[in-house]
Design a protein around this ligand. Structure first.
Ligand code: GAL
Length: 350
């Protein structure tokens, strides 16, 4: 049995295939880790769908299959129509007992830029695709993004993640959860509170793409704009001692760049940028990776795993994973350190 995490190399599943779960995230449910991500084995414009792998130790992974197939999605999202899904995340809803998946659905050209939602009764699927749409319509002072038709369709939805807090602030039977995504043509990040089923944001769902145009005042405690006009993406939140942390990357496509983290005392912000968490990252490329998830190992002691993607744009299925120890010290400062090989049981011992 493998007991080592080795970043930037092939990572084989039980069938000796390289794990294909890119832009992924992890759900811990009933003592099992489920890793969901993009199945890019057939390349960029031949999206297979969302894969799932399971593990009890985070080192050895079993391929559970394609839990949402691209061919089961609406016509216009199917691979033959240049449909593609990116950065899927799955969370569990205590109230409905459903596993809820959100993803960035896209077509060639990145103009579709919408949120897709799917649900399942089991962590290993099959997931039923519910719909895709854009959560918010708001006109920033710089105007709507034209490439993504924001004025007609709502603000664009690209790199995304979900965050579940450990509180149920309104006692509705499910923990508070949020979606974080790059919007306004990637210029500004949005954070929106999810409804109690986690199937949409906590606002009336509008139909036929006719929707009210929101103002900041309408949405004050359900939605916020962060990093305004800063072009941040790859949102990766985590919580440490009642403070909310959010790692993001700059916006340079598949090429890695310098990560930054920000801190707030509420999941909706206001996030204040602190700086680059990477130690001795001489190339300033987040150790050649882009963030996708932070997994708590022992959060009370500031111990987490940083998960990033090292993209191979010419052969996306060969992209590898960069998983490194992320430590928050007593003063709340965040450090990510390179390790050629490491195990999370041993890293923080000394
Ligand atoms: C990145 C983004 C990826 C993917 C890529 C396409 O910036 O983080 O998820 O969308 O661009 O170029």
């Amino acid at each position: 049995m493998n007991k080592i995490i080795s970043s930037g190399n092939l990572w084989l599943d039980q069938n000796n295939n390289h794990i294909s779960a890119h832009g992924g995230g992890i759900l811990y449910y009933d003592k099992v880790f489920y890793w969901y991500g993009e199945d890019n084995t057939q390349g960029y414009l031949n999206s297979v769908g969302i894969s799932c792998y399971s593990s009890t130790d985070l080192y050895n992974w079993k391929h559970e299959g394609t839990v949402l197939k691209q061919e089961q999605m609406p016509q216009e999202l199917q691979a033959k129509n240049m449909g593609r899904v990116e950065r899927p995340k799955v969370i569990y809803n205590e109230k409905t007992k459903k596993f809820v998946m959100w993803m960035h659905v896209e077509q060639k050209g990145y103009a579709l830029s919408s949120a897709g939602v799917a649900i399942s009764d089991s962590p290993v699927g099959p997931f039923e695709f519910l719909f895709y749409d854009r959560p918010v319509l708001f006109e920033p002072k710089e105007g709507f993004d034209q490439h993504t038709n924001e004025k007609e369709l709502g603000n664009s939805f690209r790199d995304m993640t979900l965050f579940v807090d450990d509180i149920d602030s309104d006692g509705n039977g499910s923990l508070d959860a949020y979606v974080l995504y790059s919007s306004e043509g990637n210029w500004t990040m949005y954070i929106a509170r999810l409804n109690s089923d986690y199937t949409w944001i906590d606002l009336p769902k509008t139909s036929n793409r006719i929707r009210p145009q929101y103002t900041i005042d309408d949405l004050g405690d359900k939605w916020s704009r962060q990093f305004i006009r800063e072009m941040r993406e790859a949102p990766t939140p985590f919580k440490y001692k009642n403070q909310y942390y959010l790692m993001t990357s700059a916006c340079t496509g598949w090429k890695p760049n310098l990560a930054e983290y920000a801190v707030a005392n509420h999941p909706l912000g206001q996030f204040e940028t602190v700086g680059n968490p990477c130690v001795d990252d001489t190339k300033e490329t987040t150790f050649d990776s882009q963030s996708t998830f932070v997994l708590p190992i022992d959060p009370n002691n500031g111990q987490y795993i940083y998960m990033g993607d090292r993209w191979e744009p010419d052969d996306l299925g060969k992209s590898t994973y960069v998983w490194l120890p992320l430590t928050v010290d007593n003063s709340g400062e965040v450090f990510i350190e390179w390790q050629d090989e490491w195990s999370y049981e041993n890293y923080w011992i000394n």
